[in-house]
Design a protein around this ligand. Structure first.
Ligand code: NVA
Length: 313
């Protein structure tokens, strides 16, 4: 069986813990493992803008002994020039894994169904699970563990980051509160799935419209841009309803005094987060960005170790 990482709950709680432990090991010893020795190629495809994700996967694949093969999404025009399934059948014969940032989750699912090699979600409209591995690693480093901690996500609670916090946080046994205005709540199917996972890990999940209530006593406070890639037309309409969710020093004052702040970047200072917060003493955003490298190396290493041998003819 080929294992993929298309959404956060593709890893069970114990598998997530294994990947995070491996990430910590690889952070301490960057060249300890070489699953792509050869070098074997890993396709990195971006249909949306990127900085951290491309850089961290490219550096990560190289550090794992492989060749990061950048496939330009604008040239490949997957799904327009040829079907996702046909692209998958071709790439699966050339590379050991496919990392893809794209729009709808169904595109990634189709890639996974036909590639015959592990497929990794490098962000879709629905989920951003690689970011969550880095975020959980960062919180684990700061707090010494994850289970039982409360995390508050502020802003677009209907976004990929909110959904991934719900699923990945629940998997880790955290109490996840996502908070955003009416009309920007999480997908009820994702919220229900996260509640289900939380039921087995001792965590919990809530959609809380009141930002102060969401942040109260939280150990981790997170925000993200109010305008995700592909939603640029809505920027103007979002600015007023989202304003109460801006992560200001005052709002952060309601969190636990030892609370840490995360942001997946890019950040817009003075919009979703105050400069004094992102550049302040509670912020772990640079550590978080650096952890993309270690978390994704661990994920790729883990996926390669959990494949049945043999590829397509
Ligand atoms: N929610 C953001 C995350 C950026 C890394 C987006 O999808 O644009």
């Amino acid at each position: 069986m080929t294992r993929h990482f298309l959404r956060d709950d593709d890893l069970t709680p114990s598998e997530q813990a294994e990947v995070l432990a491996l990430a910590a090991e690889l952070k301490a010893s960057r060249h300890a493992v070489r699953p792509f020795e050869g070098p074997q190629a890993v396709a990195l495809i971006f249909d949306k803008p990127t900085l951290r994700t491309q850089a961290s996967f490219a550096a990560g694949v190289a550090e794992l002994g492989g060749y990061p093969m950048l496939v330009d999404g604008n040239l490949a025009r997957i799904g327009t020039r040829e079907s996702v399934a046909d692209v998958a059948r071709v790439l699966g014969r050339m590379v050991s894994a496919v990392v893809w940032r794209t729009f709808g989750q169904e595109r990634l699912e189709e890639m996974a169904a036909h590639a015959g090699v592990p497929v990794v979600n490098a962000l879709t409209d629905e989920f951003h699970p690689c970011q969550l591995l880095a975020d959980l690693l960062t919180v684990q480093e700061a707090k010494g563990g994850l289970a039982g901690l409360t995390v508050a996500f502020l802003g677009d609670a209907a976004s990929n980051m909110s959904h991934s916090f719900l699923l990945a946080g629940a998997t880790a046994g955290m109490h996840v509160r996502v908070s955003g205005p009416d009309g920007f709540g999480p997908d009820p199917v994702v919220l229900a799935r996260a509640a289900d996972v939380a039921g087995s890990t001792g965590g919990s999940t809530t959609y809380e419209r009141d930002a102060v209530a969401a942040v109260r006593g939280a150990d981790v406070v997170v925000t993200d841009t109010w305008v995700s890639m592909g939603k640029e037309d809505e920027a103007e309409a979002r600015s007023r309803p989202f304003r109460p969710y801006a992560l200001t020093t005052e709002l952060l004052g309601h969190a636990d005094p030892e609370a840490v702040v995360l942001h997946c970047l890019p950040a817009y200072r003075g919009v979703e987060i105050e400069a004094d917060v992102i550049d302040g003493p509670r912020s772990l955003v640079w550590q978080e960005a650096g952890n993309r490298l270690h978390a994704q190396k661990a994920l790729l290493t883990w996926l390669m170790a959990h494949q049945d041998g043999g590829g397509p003819a």
